[in-house]
Design a protein around this ligand. Structure first.
Ligand SMILES: [Zn+2]
Length: 212
């Protein structure tokens, strides 16, 4: 059984996920660590649990989800993996950071891109890639059918949805992505979002005003 560690990082209060396998390997999803204190918190956790980071995955490439990419590359030699449709967004983030008065060094580009309906596997972990554009041009959600959760990035939040006013965003596209990719999942599936608390598909089906 795999384990999930959640950090909340950076001025945007973004959730970073570390998925452990039984062997102590791990997948880092959306590393948002921004300053020295956050980077140290992250490293301390990895060291104390004797984890070996093997993959770096970005659900999408907004600033708050990639702040730590360069740092993860420096520490562990991992290049990011995301959908090719996010590459243009990725390349714009240094410029966008300045508009927020923030700094970012975005680190290396991917060597391989993730594709919808493929799987990311590591030891016993198997994540199906659900293509869910609308918040950004090519967001992916990571679905673990065995453990019963989906990492939703900024596609779906507890009783809310991702904003659609940023470049690459589109409200109707986002709603249809959620209906097509997430709502067919079982009620009990836990949703780990890019911001805020976790929820379940069943809770959102009933109480999310955007889709219920
Ligand atoms: Zn976002």
């Amino acid at each position: 059984m795999s384990r999930i560690k959640i950090f909340t990082f950076n001025p945007f209060q973004e959730n970073t996920y570390v998925l452990h396998s039984e062997k102590g390997n791990c997948i880092i999803v959306d590393p948002g660590c921004y300053d020295e204190t956050e980077r140290n918190r992250f490293l301390t956790y990895i060291r104390q649990n004797d984890l070996k980071p093997k993959r770096l995955i970005n659900t999408h490439c907004h600033l708050d989800h990639i702040f730590g990419n360069a740092f993860i590359y420096e520490e562990f030699g991992l290049k990011p993996e995301f959908h090719q449709g996010e590459l243009e967004m990725y390349s714009m983030q240094e410029y966008i950071a300045r508009s927020y008065g923030l700094q970012i060094s975005i680190g290396p580009k991917p060597e391989v891109f993730l594709r919808q309906d493929d799987y990311i596997t590591l030891d016993e972990i198997s994540l199906k890639l659900l293509f869910a554009p609308g918040h950004s041009a090519a967001s992916l959600c990571l679905y673990d059918a065995v453990e019963g959760y989906v990492i939703a990035g900024d596609v779906l939040f507890r009783e809310s949805i991702g904003r659609t006013d940023l470049p690459g965003g589109d409200y109707d596209t986002l709603i249809s992505s959620i209906r097509r990719e997430l709502l067919p999942l079982d009620d009990a599936i836990i949703v780990y979002s890019g911001h805020g608390p976790q929820t379940t598909i069943g809770h959102e089906r009933r109480y999310n005003p955007f889709i219920s």
